[in-house]
Design a protein around this ligand. Structure first.
Ligand code: PLP
Length: 258
């Protein structure tokens, strides 16, 4: 068929700005599958190519910032982008490139998963870039989704030892950024996995799910992608977080039986 797939371009897309993980356990592979599960299409801006197994990160190649920006600009020009999910960014230069494209693009909800360190302990964002992320990119996002370790780094605090202190750190980050923060309790220890949605000038909203024993890589990527897809469908932030949480719970429960 001549002329490309014009009808497809007009279906709502989620623009995924993230790194690839060659093991398939995390990163863009997880994001695309998640967005598809919500009946939406993805377009991509790859920020980094990583060589990984499920146990180690062997190599990281950052894409040039202008290549990241070009992928984003083309995605916005060619598709109806209804929301943006941001994962691994890697460098301060990539953060600046992403911020500048977002500033000149249609205003759609942006969800940022602050990917700082892999479970195996490898830095996935250069240390000097954390301030840039907090200052330049997080305030323009609709939602930021740190786990407890990322939350401690972003607030300059010790790891929250309980839910109450995790909520307080999340409130502090949300007020500083002037945007919503979802504190993910997946790394906590209680019998329930408790997440808090904190928004400036709103009471905290608590989400609970039974804590499942099995772990799975890439759940942070999947949760932020599921929330982004839900927002792209025009669903409220609170309901989108609920839908995302349910999606992860179902994926974990399925992984226990397969
Ligand atoms: N690699 C990439 C490209 C990622 O985006 C992420 C997390 O978002 C990771 C690795 C870390 O995943 P995990 O903590 O499951 O190892």
């Amino acid at each position: 068929m001549a002329g490309g797939d014009g009808a497809m371009a007009m279906t709502p897309h989620v623009l995924i700005v993230a790194g690839s993980d060659s093991s398939g356990g995390a990163g863009i592979a997880r994001d695309v599958v998640t967005v598809s599960a919500f009946g939406l299409r993805s377009c991509l801006a790859i920020t980094a190519v990583t060589v990984q197994t499920h146990d180690t990160v062997e190599q990281i190649e950052h894409m040039p910032p202008e290549l990241v920006a070009a992928q984003m600009r083309t995605a916005f020009a060619a598709n109806q982008v209804a929301a943006v999910k941001i994962g691994m960014l890697g460098t301060a230069a990539a953060i600046e490139a992403v911020g500048s494209v977002l500033a000149s693009s249609p205003k759609v909800p942006v969800v940022l998963d602050p990917v700082l360190v892999s479970t195996s302990g490898r830095l996935l964002l250069e240390e000097n870039a954390i301030d840039v992320l907090r200052r330049d990119l997080m305030p323009v996002c609709r939602l930021v989704t740190p786990n407890l370790i990322e939350l401690a780094t972003l607030t300059g605090s010790a790891l929250a030892p309980d839910e109450e202190r995790a909520r307080l750190q999340g409130e502090k980050l949300s007020k500083t950024l002037g945007t919503a923060v979802l504190v993910k309790g997946g790394h906590g220890r209680g019998s329930k996995s408790v997440d808090f949605l904190l928004q400036p000038d709103c009471p905290a909203i608590q989400f609970e799910a039974p804590r499942l024993r099995q772990g799975m890589r890439g759940t942070g990527c999947m949760l932020s992608s599921a929330i982004t897809a839900s927002l792209a469908l025009g669903i409220s932030l609170e309901e989108s977080v609920g839908a995302g949480k349910q999606f992860i719970f179902d994926a974990l429960a399925r992984s226990a039986t397969t």
